[in-house]
Structure formats: structure tokens, C-alpha cells
Design a protein around this ligand. Structure first.
Ligand code: DGY
Length: 322
């Protein structure tokens, strides 16, 4: 009997893949960084029983209708805005993601980015390395306090709660906005529910952790930035499309807000000539929210376990539904 065929769109460490090779025929795209060619992906989708994809792979109608024997697509991310879930469901293809295993790691990065932006860590590091540090000065690289300030979390899912937990450790006042009230987070973390408008008006740090959906796309735009405090810092570690980058740039240049910590962008990788990158008050990272070695390996393992469960005709651990 031929083994089921799994195609993985990036090269993953051998130690992760080897245990599954006895039971499955596993092929990987030969680069860790370069995305798989679209034509190759479409061809593989037509032959594979399972695909393991990353967030830059478009798993759309064209791809999903190629899959004559495709049973499962395991996305190496908690977000799944790159996947047409409705078409997958219509075609009987199971979709899985990687929640939980990345929650704490992504919260760590979100809070680090908030701190790095507020306390100007990247700018200060460059200043020292360039040899510009000649004297101590009273306001040298002075940034914004974090402790006892107000954080406003937009999108109070698992990662939002983990960020709120960290914020409490810094004696911050925690506001949140979410599609539905989170009573447990309110009781456990003292988080206070606010309307979106109230939150953006009152918070010193506005942190976007909402998934990308038609409702959230572009939710941070010109008028919203204008409502924020001029000392506010905007942090985005969910999806770049949730903010309008032209409006964000204008808001920073015109002083509507004080800074931005960005791990995600409308187009990734962001071009080095992008106007946002010309601003000192912007800290930009290459979408590394969940990028610790431990967590990325846990995500890879979860993808492979989900694939194995579906191919064994069992319920996967973390199935996505519309
Ligand atoms: C996710 O899991 O959706 C992240 O954005 C990838 O690190």
C-alpha cells in the first residue's frame, strides 16, 4: 500500500519530520525562507493527501479545487486569514491551525515590542553602537513610562489575556475591546470592557491583537488615530491589514500619536523604503510574534499531529471552522 503523501511548503528541521516518515511520504519545499512557487504549490495540492502551509501561502479556491485527494491543510499559525475556510468546508478539506502553543510566546513579544517602543530601546542601542554617546544628559533617550499607565487591548482572545496578565505585573490599568464580553478576564485580570471609541481615546498603549476579518480590516484608520492621545503608542502584532499604513504614517508625522511598535505589515516583507521605516518613533519587526525555537517547534509538531489524526480518520486537535 502506498503511503499518504504530505507536502510541506517550507523546509522544516529533520528531527521534526523524521518520526512521521515511517508512516507518510513527506516532501518539503527546499527553502526555509523562500516561499514555494505558486505553480509548484498548485501542482502539489493536486497530488497531496495533506499540505502544511504558512501564512504567506494563499490557500484559495483555485488551490482547494485542485486537491483531488487533499484531506487536510495544516496552517503553521494561529491566524488563518490566508485560507478560504468556506471553500475548504464545501470541498470536505479539514483546516487546522496552531492556537495555545504560541500564546505565551506571542504575548512576550507583544509586551517586549511595547516596551522597546515606549523606552526607545532600538534607537538607544543604535546610538551607542554608532559612537554618538558622548555625555550623560538629563533627557537623553527619555521615553514614556509603562508602569501605572493604561493599556487598551483590542481583541481579547488567548493572546490578549496573556498580554493583560503581563500588564498587570506592571501595575497597568487594563482596558479591552472584543466582539463579546470576557467576564472571566474581567474577574481574573481586572480588565475593563470599553467600546472601541472609548478604548482608543483613553489608552496610553493601544494594542491590536484582533484576527484579520472583513470586520477588522482597516479598523485603525485616520479618524481612529486622531482620537488617540498624542502621547499614545500603537502596537500591532496581529495582522498588518488591520491598520491603514498610510494613515498611521500621517498620524505619526503629524503628532496625532507618539509611536508605533509593528510586527506585522500590509505587505510582508515590508520594503526597506517604506515611509514608516524612516521614522525613529517606529519599531519594526519581521513578523516574529511566535518565533521562539521552542514554540516554533511545538507549532510544527502540532501541524504534523493534526495531519496524522486526519489521515487516520480521527478528529484533529485544533480544527478551524467557519
Ligand atoms: C500566527 O500564528 O498567526 C502568527 O502571526 C505567526 O507567527
Amino acid at each position: 500500500m502506498t503511503k499518504p503523501y504530505i507536502f510541506i511548503t517550507r523546509s522544516l528541521p529533520e528531527e521534526i519530520v523524521t518520526p512521521f516518515q515511517e508512516k507518510f511520504n513527506v516532501k518539503m519545499w527546499d527553502s526555509e525562507e523562500q516561499p514555494v512557487d505558486r505553480e509548484v504549490l498548485l501542482e502539489e495540492a493536486g497530488k497531496a493527501d495533506a499540505l502544511i502551509t504558512v501564512l504567506s501561502d494563499q490557500v484559495d479556491e483555485e488551490l482547494l479545487s485542485r486537491g483531488r485527494q487533499l484531506k487536510v491543510v495544516a496552517n503553521l499559525a494561529v491566524g488563518f486569514d490566508n485560507i478560504d475556510i468556506k471553500t475548504a468546508e464545501k470541498n470536505g478539506i479539514t483546516i487546522t491551525n496552531t492556537p495555545d502553543v504560541l500564546t505565551e510566546t506571542t504575548a512576550d513579544l507583544t509586551f517586549s515590542l511595547l516596551m522597546a517602543t515606549a523606552r526607545r530601546l532600538i534607537e538607544a542601542n543604535e546610538y551607542v553602537r554608532k559612537g554618538d554617546w558622548e555625555n550623560w544628559a538629563p533627557l537623553l533617550m527619555a521615553g514614556h513610562d509603562i508602569h501605572h499607565k493604561t493599556i487598551g487591548i483590542v481583541g481579547m482572545g488567548r493572546i490578549g489575556e496573556a498580554v493583560a496578565h503581563r500588564a498587570r505585573g506592571f501595575h497597568m490599568n487594563v482596558l479591552y475591546h472584543n466582539r463579546s464580553r470576557k467576564k472571566e478576564a474581567e474577574e481574573k485580570l481586572g480588565a475593563v470592557y470599553k467600546s472601541f471609541d472609548e478604548l482608543v481615546t483613553q489608552a496610553d498603549f493601544v494594542v491590536c491583537l484582533a484576527p484579520l476579518t472583513p470586520e477588522t480590516k482597516g479598523m485603525f484608520h485616520k479618524e481612529v488615530f486622531k482620537k488617540m492621545k498624542s502621547s499614545a503608542i500603537f502596537v500591532n502584532t496581529s495582522r498588518g491589514d488591520n491598520a491603514n499604513e498610510d494613515d498611521l504614517y500621517q498620524a505619526l508625522v503629524e503628532g496625532d500619536i507618539a509611536g508605533a511598535g509593528l510586527d506585522v505589515f500590509e505587505n510582508e516583507p515590508i520594503s526597506k523604503d517604506h515611509p514608516l521605516l524612516s521614522l525613529q518613533q517606529v519599531v519594526a519587526l519581521p513578523h516574529i510574534g511566535s518565533a521562539s525555537v521552542e514554540t516554533r517547534k511545538a507549532m510544527m509538531n502540532l501541524c504534523l499531529e493534526n495531519v496524522q489524526l486526519v489521515l487516520d480518520e480521527q478528529e484533529p486537535k485544533t480544527k478551524v471552522t467557519s
